[in-house]
Write a new protein. Structure first.
Length: 146
């Protein structure tokens, strides 16, 4: 049975990038992996720091999607690796949620995001579910202890 997640209040809410599990990456502390991910669209700019300091992950996401900000040229090429780095760091940092992820065994993990056909499964289930794919990759990495 696939494991679906979306909201942070659900059983697998810690799988969401909005979950309040801070990470230290690139020499900075990030309130959520969403903050880190969105900020990486604008490395070495004031936009990056503004997003890092956003009060909520929702605010960080909104800021990261503002096309008035100068999106890095290689974003489409690097976004999956940035997400992978953030998610791996989150589950390496927090033992409690690492146990939840490892306890999913070999089940498929799906971000049940109706409006997102890239990171989630989309409204009709035809999305790429890249966040779910990355969570399953991270689960495998943690299982191997590397």
């Amino acid at each position: 049975m696939p494991i679906y997640f979306y909201t942070t209040s659900s059983e697998y809410g810690s799988f969401s990038n909005f979950s309040r599990h801070g990470v230290e990456l690139d020499g900075e502390y990030w309130l959520t992996t969403e903050h880190y991910f969105q900020a990486q669209k604008f490395p070495q700019t004031e936009h990056c720091d503004q997003i890092r300091q956003a009060k909520t992950p929702k605010d960080a996401a909104k800021m990261g999607r503002e096309r008035t900000r100068p999106l890095r040229q290689d974003w489409e090429q690097v976004k999956d690796d940035i997400m992978r780095k953030a998610v791996l760091c989150k589950f390496k940092t927090h033992a409690d949620i690492r146990e939840i992820l490892l306890a999913t065994g070999d089940e498929e993990i799906v971000e049940n995001a109706p409006g997102d056909y890239y990171w989630g499964c989309g409204k009709d289930g035809s999305g790429k579910n890249m966040l779910g794919q990355i969570l399953m990759e991270v689960r495998e990495i943690l299982r191997k202890g590397t």
